[in-house]
Design a protein around this ligand. Structure first.
Ligand SMILES: *[C@@H]1O[C@H](CO)[C@@H](O)[C@H](O)[C@H]1NC(C)=O
Ligand SMILES: *[C@@H]1O[C@H](CO)[C@@H](O)[C@H](O)[C@H]1NC(C)=O
Ligand SMILES: *[C@@H]1O[C@H](CO)[C@@H](O)[C@H](O)[C@H]1NC(C)=O
Ligand SMILES: *[C@@H]1O[C@H](CO)[C@@H](O)[C@H](O)[C@H]1NC(C)=O
Ligand SMILES: *[C@@H]1O[C@H](CO)[C@@H](O)[C@H](O)[C@H]1NC(C)=O
Ligand SMILES: *[C@@H]1O[C@H](CO)[C@@H](O)[C@H](O)[C@H]1NC(C)=O
Ligand SMILES: *[C@@H]1O[C@H](CO)[C@@H](O)[C@H](O)[C@H]1NC(C)=O
Ligand SMILES: *[C@@H]1O[C@H](CO)[C@@H](O)[C@H](O)[C@H]1NC(C)=O
Length: 478
């Protein structure tokens, strides 16, 4: 591969299978590899088609309602990543006088400058705004026969709020028909917010670091040796390697492309190792390896399922809510999706499905499919008439980044759908699994007063009507 290949914005946004990125040299192989699709939580939005079931509704079916939970769109590095990985590497590059121009695969560093500075941390990038606006347009296309929502809900941080505004700009027809409602990210909200993990004392944002650093140390060692062979004066460390690979994601969503994504610098196997390190971390942080994950995720699923099944006339056709990266995967655990042990394996051995010394290539739990920037989880209510072989009636379906996710406990509808009766039974099973002693307040060890195990923002008139959005974008730096 030449180092002149371009990871252009167009490609980034279309997330095409970049045919030219990597190809094996043999006659019959059509091996392809795109690092942007293996970047876990710092991947630009893309639809992994995992599984490949068609995103279209089954024959005879039409969505009659839907609810979306969406992670904010791309930002210019979060605080932790900036301080731990990006800034130390950048400052080493700036301080050391090394003639990079002669060094193969690293020669771009001769005139590279950091894409992000401290004051830009956490802010939505231009690519992020575009991603969110495009999702608004996509939702309009997908649900053009439904009523536009009058409100879009978001947790109160700037990056989630601005993502919601950008989505509305793509979604509404005329100005100011949709409001954005901000839900405070409180530490004592119980489960009644879009950031319930922040009100869960038993949740720690650093969970999974120890476990993931085992494989991180292993896979970075040979890369460190290789790069230190090329540029001994730089003294590449484990965190430098990890940070350079993370920079591929962040720089791509800030500048539209990044030289760190080059497959001559890091090979496909290097990227798969970076990705696995992150998957181990998310497994213990927000996944099946964290005892509180299902309890924190259940209230959103329960509240959403109730809204979709309700016959109340004031219910909206569409609900869209923005949150941070933690909540969607926790909801997936509450729903039993992307479960490594789903087809065998006992639940008390789930940690063994993510070994620390090697990659489980066959895992279902893949952060790149679950939580790229703008990752979205949808539950749809469908009205099906004339689906051959199935009764007319109400069916339910789940999508993650537009890929339908069959429910193992309920598969009695056309395609990947589930009947209303089956869905009610499945919901009750999930609620029972994460209620009482296994519910939010108990599992989280809440000691503040007035905790609650359920989410009521969608029906509570106290949250208000929000504010209009307007077409004007404020100035922004990226
Ligand atoms: C780079 O130089 C600056 C200013 O002299 C210093 O504050 C910083 O610690 C140095 N960073 C590294 C990684 O050496
Ligand atoms: C390389 O960096 C590591 C970690 O910062 C440090 O412990 C070590 O002394 C450095 N080695 C050299 C030769 O500078
Ligand atoms: C994951 O799958 C196993 C095996 O079917 C099941 O026992 C376990 O309850 C599932 N975990 C969750 C949280 O649903
Ligand atoms: C998985 O590991 C985590 C962290 O050590 C632990 O809290 C959890 O109980 C383990 N899960 C199972 C099912 O053993
Ligand atoms: C379902 O679709 C049928 C046929 O289009 C229609 O008659 C019926 O009113 C719809 N039901 C709902 C609940 O939307
Ligand atoms: C808990 O709720 C009660 C009743 O709404 C209220 O009077 C009280 O101030 C609340 N306490 C806290 C700590 O918020
Ligand atoms: C689930 O939703 C129902 C109906 O809205 C509600 O009555 C119940 O309290 C909720 N339970 C949990 C654990 O969220
Ligand atoms: C919100 O909108 C509804 C319907 O338009 C209206 O009845 C209600 O008074 C509004 N609430 C607030 C707090 O403005």
């Amino acid at each position: 591969m030449s180092s002149g290949q371009s990871y252009s914005l167009g490609r980034l946004l279309k997330a095409l299978p970049l045919a030219s990125l990597a190809s094996a040299a043999t006659l019959n192989s059509n091996y392809k590899f795109n690092p942007l699709e293996h970047l876990g939580g710092v991947a630009p939005y893309f639809e992994s088609q995992d599984p490949q079931a068609s995103p279209d509704v089954p024959q005879g079916c039409k969505a009659s309602r839907a609810a979306y939970l969406v992670r904010h769109a791309a930002i210019a590095a979060n605080d932790f990543d900036y301080e731990t990985y990006l800034e130390p590497f950048v400052s080493k590059v700036e301080n050391k006088t090394i003639d990079w121009s002669k060094i193969p695969t690293l020669n771009f560093l001769a005139d590279w400058s950091a894409p992000v500075s401290e004051e830009e941390e956490e802010l939505l990038t231009r690519v992020g705004r575009l991603e969110a606006t495009r999702l608004g347009v996509d939702l309009f296309f997908r649900y053009s026969h439904l009523k536009l929502p009058s409100k879009v809900y978001t947790s109160s941080a700037e990056r989630t709020y601005k993502s919601a505004q950008s989505l509305v700009r793509g979604f509404e027809f005329d100005d100011n028909t949709m409001n954005v409602v901000s839900i405070y990210e409180g530490k004592q909200s119980g489960a009644d917010s879009l950031t319930p993990y922040k009100a869960c004392p038993a949740y720690s944002s650093s969970a999974g670091s120890d476990e993931s650093s085992v494989y991180k140390e292993k896979y970075t060692k040979p890369i460190m040796a290789r790069l230190n062979d090329l540029a001994p004066e730089f003294n590449f460390t484990m965190n430098d390697i990890y940070g350079m690979m993370e920079m591929c994601g962040y720089e791509s969503v800030i500048r539209g492309k990044s030289p760190f994504c080059d497959l001559d610098l890091f090979s496909p196997d290097d990227w798969l190792a970076w990705e696995y390190t992150e998957d181990v971390r998310y497994h213990y942080n927000v996944g099946y390896g964290n005892e509180v994950a299902g309890a924190v995720g259940l209230p959103w699923f329960n509240a959403t399922a109730s809204l979709l099944m309700s016959e109340a006339p004031e219910a909206e056709d569409l609900y869209v809510s923005f949150t941070h990266r933690e909540l969607p995967p926790m909801v997936l655990v509450a729903m039993g999706l992307f479960n490594n042990s789903a087809y065998g394996g006992s639940p008390d051995k789930v940690n063994e499905t993510m070994p620390l010394d090697r990659i489980n290539y066959r895992r279902a739990w893949k952060a790149s499919s679950i939580l790229p920037f703008l990752s979205n989880l949808a539950v749809e209510r469908l009205n099906c008439t004339g689906s051959y072989g199935y009764d007319d009636g109400e069916y339910y379906r789940v999508l993650v980044n537009s890929a339908p996710q069959p429910l193992d406990a309920c598969a009695d509808g056309p395609g990947t759908t589930c009947s209303r009766a089956g869905f009610e039974k499945y919901l009750q099973e999930r609620v029972d699994m994460f209620s009482g002693p296994n519910g939010f307040s108990e599992k989280c060890g809440v000691s503040y007063k007035n905790s609650t195990d359920s989410l009521s923002i969608y029906t509570d008139s106290g949250v208000g009507n929000g504010t209009i959005v307007g077409k004007r974008h404020e100035n922004y730096r990226f």
